[in-house]
Design a protein around this ligand. Structure first.
Ligand code: NDP
Ligand code: GDR
Length: 371
């Protein structure tokens, strides 16, 4: 039985990848951080009681900032494949916590690679690094492919650039099977609530159900190439099954703006929108309302506004990937469109919002925390 170790298993991608690998028959080990509350919600459905014999899903406490811990876990597990998905993954937060982001996202990757080498596993353990389209930042070429020069625009992207090159370096220096997946944005109902797509689907669902009045966003002109996380984790595994290690861009090859994603999500929630004003004065007003789906909204309500606190010190305005290499060399093509993904996310968040509205009706406190 093959063994995989996933850092970031409690995150969006980690949870889908764990499901995928369990289905493939792997024994799956994951690193979770100690938190004051349970933080395994995304993997609770695949959790196996460690007391049960032959459990194939195992969690280890750990942290990418802790070298001895990482070395001990790798030495105990001796994984065939390591997927390094753990990261401080929020671009805006990386401007607030640049040093921590560098420690986890850049040096954390080095710690893992060194642990593999130190334990003499460099010829047997395959390594996947979660690289990112943020490396392209201020884009030098449209669309972006594996040969497009990098120009990172945030502490997050700069840290990920170190991680990208140290992965290449360990491949070239020690003959390790180590790959970078340069993944463009990918989302799902399990996406963290403060990334823009989920913030939009969750915010609009809450507004539709009368739990919130208005959604505040930053730069609505930003263009992104959005895919579905399920399609992208399949590719992470495929990259480690080749004869030799290589780096691949993973994207859909289509882009839309944040504004268009708002419009699409609102339509799914039964709300037609009209956008007016410019820059910080831009607003979106409800022009048509399906009162069954969105009982909390009336025609004429302003339900989206701009709040400059969500602008970033340096912005990545446009990203559009060219996944030709992945298609030609690996036969990978994304199966889920952005429209299907948006519909799935809105449906999920409407379902949650309906339950919260019912709880509120019966006098319970309901949190609509956002950032
Ligand atoms: P998430 O933010 O959903 O998950 C990040 C994971 O990393 C969580 O499990 C988190 O734990 C864990 N983590 C954070 N800090 C540490 C630390 N110090 N030590 C150990 N683990 C830590 O990210 P995604 O699942 O969306 O992304 C997975 C990876 O892919 C990340 O590296 C991200 O940067 C990268 N990426 C993501 C893209 C996307 O569009 N989703 C695109 C390109 C790259 P906890 O649950 O406790 O917070
Ligand atoms: P990104 O994702 O920075 O591309 O990084 P995010 O969803 O945070 O932002 C996408 C774009 O939307 C604009 N935006 C807002 N973003 C957030 N979070 N909140 C807002 O209110 C808002 N309003 C507008 C942003 O300015 C940006 O242009 C994600 C992460 O998953 C990274 O880990 C990953 O590497 C990249 O995708 C590829």
């Amino acid at each position: 039985m093959k063994k995989a170790l996933i850092t970031g298993i409690t995150g969006q991608d980690g949870s889908y990848l764990a499901e995928f690998l369990l289905e493939k028959g792997y024994e799956v080990h994951g690193i979770k951080r100690r938190a004051s509350l349970f933080n395994t919600e995304r993997v609770d459905h695949i959790y196996e009681d460690p007391h049960v014999e032959h459990a194939r899903f195992k969690l280890h406490y750990g942290d990418l900032t802790d070298t001895s811990n990482l070395t001990r876990i790798i030495s105990e597990v001796r994984p065939d494949e390591v997927y390094n998905l753990g990261a401080q993954s929020h671009v805006a937060v990386s401007f607030e916590c640049p040093e921590y982001t560098a420690d986890v996202d850049a040096i954390g990757t080095l710690r893992l690679l060194e642990a593999i080498r130190f334990l003499g596993l460099e010829k047997t353990t395959r390594f996947y690094q979660a690289s990112t389209s943020e490396l392209y930042g201020l884009v030098q070429e449209i669309p972006q492919k594996e040969t497009t020069p990098f120009y990172p625009r945030s502490p997050y992207a700069v840290a990920k650039m170190y991680a990208y090159w140290i992965t290449v370096n360990y491949r070239e220096s020690y003959g390790m099977y180590a790959c970078n997946g340069i993944l463009f944005n990918h989302e799902s109902p399990r996406r963290g609530e403060t990334f823009v797509t989920r913030k939009i689907t969750r915010g609009l669902a809450n507004i539709a159900q009368g739990l919130e009045k208005c959604l505040y966003l930053g730069n609505m002109d930003a263009l992104r190439d959005w895919g579905h996380a399920k399609d992208y984790v399949r590719m992470q595994w495929m990259m480690l099954q080749q004869e030799s290690a290589d780096d691949f861009v993973i994207a859909t090859g289509k882009q839309i703006s944040v504004r268009e994603f708002v419009r699409m999500s609102a339509a799914e929630a039964g709300i037609g929108l009209d956008f007016s004003g410019e820059g910080v004065d831009e607003i979106a007003t409800a022009t048509t309302v399906d009162s069954e789906k969105a009982p909390g909204v009336k025609e004429g309500d302003v339900i989206v506004r701009v709040d400059p606190r969500y602008f970033r010190p340096a912005e990545v305005e446009t990203l559009l990937g060219d996944p030709t290499k992945a298609k030609e060399k690996l036969g990978w093509v994304p199966e889920i469109t952005v429209e299907e993904m948006c519909a799935e996310m809105v449906e999920h968040d409407l379902d949650v919002a309906r339950r919260h509205a019912l709880l509120k009706l019966h006098g319970h406190h309901v949190s609509v925390a956002r950032e």
